[in-house]
Design a protein. Structure first.
Length: 732
């Protein structure tokens, strides 16, 4: 009898034994099988074989179906996933299935589906475009198709509407044809087709250093100021890797950054480039996944989960904006894509480039320990210069729509020169709260004990923590007054005020509310890049990686809350955000200005950033962390627990603390905090408690947590609470 150990997508950190029937093919390790589990049938991953099981033979169930005849995971990716399951203390079955596209988790075949292309029909060739003058979108797309065919992957790149294509198809002007997957390797047709930009000496030095070690594991920190041409360095590094017939993985922090990145790669290289992120449908994700595994794709550009794509011959990994917190998964399997990417590069024996203008302190510590190599880009590309930076002291000043008189004057000056202005306000909605003017009562989300945000456009109250909604009340629930007023300013209110101040200037607001619809963000970017005087209002979505050549003034309006926080990482986050936002100004030769409005112009963090820059800030922050023994000079594991009665979670974590003390053997270097209520004690109807473990040795914490987890899974009270373990947390 052959016993198969199968990892299943269930919250249990062990495998399950099944036996193979005599007439069944032996599944490969890393392949999928369908097995019975209780009253369900689940798709699982084969981990290993054995000739016997600890489960009595008469209780063993049989494998129902072998789904694969070869492993789904290349050897090095398999090692990475097994290791990360142990390091992050997360069930192996859920880790392995998380790394697969949804259709493969459901048991679908690993077959590359055909792609398709749009072509003009005879009717479409004969049609007079002037007859479509009432529909400019139809006319534009039909004109494009009269000159060329459009492939499936080009629909997004060309920013075409699927509904327009379908309308033209119904009219008989165009037709969609299926194209079978190409069997020919992309390497035979590879060439550099796009124009190379002229490099400065720092870029040439960086590219030469990377190329000298492009056949071995070599982690590089490409520390370049905003606008210094980091992407051009990426392109030159990729050119050498692709010329060797190897593939590349490029990670970006957000979906909105992928179109502009992928467009630059497609313009430069005659090679298949694919995009991979959560906005794709299941079929598209499977197609990209299989294309990389079967060597049909040269470059994958994607967000953090793209890290687990199986490549036929991976040659390099690039992580853009390596400092970004988006690389840390905040629910379920709480991995950090940057850290796992470095480990994957080591397993694959390939180079990895971590690019950013504001390196994380963890990465800087690795530089100090000489684990990484640092390359600096201190010059802006072309003839662009760094923007001048100024503080505006708000104390005692009259503000009009959140803007000081001095700032309004500078905005007018820049707009008169036909330039663009960015007003950064990291708070969406109309106002941060709705308050009763008579008694001071504030409308709160009962599920989170947090103020509702007032959204005027949709005329409703929204909780930005649990996404619950509430209608605007007609009167105060406490005193009955009808005098309800909004307090605090969000991007909606700012856009309304700016329109009053500058009625003839186009205003573009970019935040989560205005970019919900597919294609909305690309539409706004096209309007911005069209040029001319314009005011851009936005949240962090505007701060990351975008190139706006006509922006010459950037203003940060309400940042004082970020200067006073009980999170020790808040200063680092604010410094990174400030540098990223201010870097949008003066990127194309035009002189740029950055204004920061604050009531605390003497704050040491602001003075350091403006007078000495991010490098000086990071040195001071590193020394502060070293003295206080905070990460990255020590290691944290955060155990979270939540319930609906505010009692079971505390009791559960008190028991966990007892287990920790029992197994730690009075290690004086172990520091235990809690159980303690979370900073935001209630969210989505659950009361939340934390237990924090700190120790200078990562391996010690790992072994200690393994012992504690073993007892946790047998503790009766664990089913009364929702709990998780966060290794190397960044959100407290």
């Amino acid at each position: 009898m052959i016993v198969v150990q199968v990892a299943l997508p269930v919250p249990l950190n062990h495998t399950f034994d099944y036996y193979l029937s005599d007439n069944m093919l032996t599944p490969p390790i890393g392949g999928r099988v369908r097995v019975p589990f209780g009253k369900r049938q689940l798709c699982g991953i084969v981990i290993s074989y054995n000739s016997k099981s600890e489960v009595p033979e008469n209780q063993l169930k049989a494998v129902e179906l072998v789904l694969d005849d070869e492993t789904l995971f290349p050897k090095n990716l398999w090692r990475l996933l097994l290791w990360s399951s142990q390091y992050y203390h997360y069930p192996i079955g859920e880790v392995l299935l998380h790394a697969l596209p949804t259709l493969l988790r459901q048991g679908k075949a690993t077959k590359l589906s055909p792609t398709w292309q749009w072509k003009i029909t005879e009717c479409g060739e004969r049609i007079n475009l002037n007859t479509l003058k009432r529909s400019s979108r139809l006319k534009q797309v039909l004109s494009l198709l009269q000159s060329r065919s459009i492939y499936q992957y080009q629909v997004i790149a060309l920013k075409l509407s699927k509904s327009v294509l379908q309308t033209l198809q119904k009219k008989g002007y165009i037709a969609r044809y299926s194209i079978e997957p190409i069997s020919k390797k992309w390497q035979s047709q590879f060439l550099v087709s796009g124009e190379r930009l002229r490099l400065n000496s720092e870029q040439e030095t960086a590219i030469t250093a990377i190329r000298e070690k492009d056949n071995e594991f070599s982690p590089w920190l490409l520390a370049g100021i905003t606008g210094s041409g980091k992407t051009e360095v990426y392109l030159h590094a990729l050119e050498n890797i692709l010329a060797q017939g190897k593939q590349a993985l490029v990670l970006v922090p957000e979906i909105n950054l992928t179109p502009q990145t992928i467009n630059r790669f497609r313009k430069r290289f005659n090679a298949p480039v694919a995009i991979l992120h959560s906005a794709l449908n299941d079929s598209e994700r499977l197609s990209v996944w299989l294309g990389a595994k079967q060597d049909k794709t040269a470059i994958i550009v994607g967000t953090r989960s793209a890290l687990f794509t199986p490549f036929f011959r991976l040659g390099i990994i690039i992580i853009d904006e390596e400092h970004d917190s988006s690389y840390k998964q905040q629910n379920g399997w709480r991995y950090h894509a940057r850290d796992l990417a470095v480990l994957r590069a080591r397993n694959e024996n390939i180079p990895i480039i971590l690019g950013t203008a504001t390196p994380s302190l963890e990465t800087l510590l690795n530089i100090q320990k000489k684990k990484y190599h640092q390359l600096n880009l201190t010059l802006r590309a072309g003839d662009a210069n760094l923007a001048t930076q100024k503080l505006i002291d708000l104390k005692g000043q009259f503000l009009k729509h959140g803007l000081s008189k001095l700032l309004i004057k500078h905005i007018q000056d820049h707009l008169k020169k036909d330039n663009q202005v960015i007003l950064f306000l990291n708070r969406r909605g109309y106002s941060s709260a709705l308050i009763c003017h008579e008694c001071g009562w504030v409308f709160e989300c009962q599920r989170c004990n947090h103020y509702y945000t007032f959204h005027q456009n949709s005329y409703q109250l929204l909780c930005h923590y649990c996404d619950s909604q509430s209608l605007i009340p007609q009167q105060c629930i406490d005193c009955g007054s009808t005098y309800l007023i909004p307090i605090g300013m969000g991007t909606e209110q700012l856009a309304e005020g700016i329109t009053d101040l500058f009625p003839s200037v186009p205003v573009t607001r970019i935040d989560r509310d205005t970019t919900r619809r597919k294609g909305a963000f690309s539409k706004y970017l096209n309007e911005i890049h069209a040029g001319g005087a314009r005011i851009l209002i936005g949240t962090q979505m505007l701060a990351k990686g975008h190139h706006f050549p006509d922006v010459t003034l950037v203003a940060l309006l309400n940042i004082d809350g970020a200067l006073f926080s009980n999170d020790f990482r808040s200063a680092e986050r604010f410094a990174q955000l400030y540098i990223q936002v201010s870097g949008r100004a003066g990127r194309s030769g035009k002189p740029g200005e950055v204004f920061l409005q604050t009531h605390y112009p003497e704050h040491p963090l602001l003075l350091t950033l403006l007078d000495r820059g991010y490098d000086a800030f990071s040195r001071d922050a590193m020394e502060e962390r070293r003295v206080t023994m905070l990460p990255p000079f020590t290691n944290h594991i955060l155990i979270r627990s939540e319930d609906q009665n505010n009692q079971d979670s505390q009791k559960f974590l008190e028991k966990v603390r007892c287990y920790v003390v029992e197994h730690s053997k009075n290690d004086s270097r172990l520091w235990i905090l809690g159980p303690t209520p979370a900073i935001q004690a209630k969210r989505s109807g659950y009361f939340r408690w934390y237990l924090l473990l700190q120790h200078p040795s990562r391996s010690y914490l790992k072994k200690l947590t393994e012992k504690v987890c073993f007892q946790l899974h047998s503790q009766p009270g664990r089913r009364k609470v929702k709990w998780n373990i966060d290794v190397d947390p960044i959100d407290y």
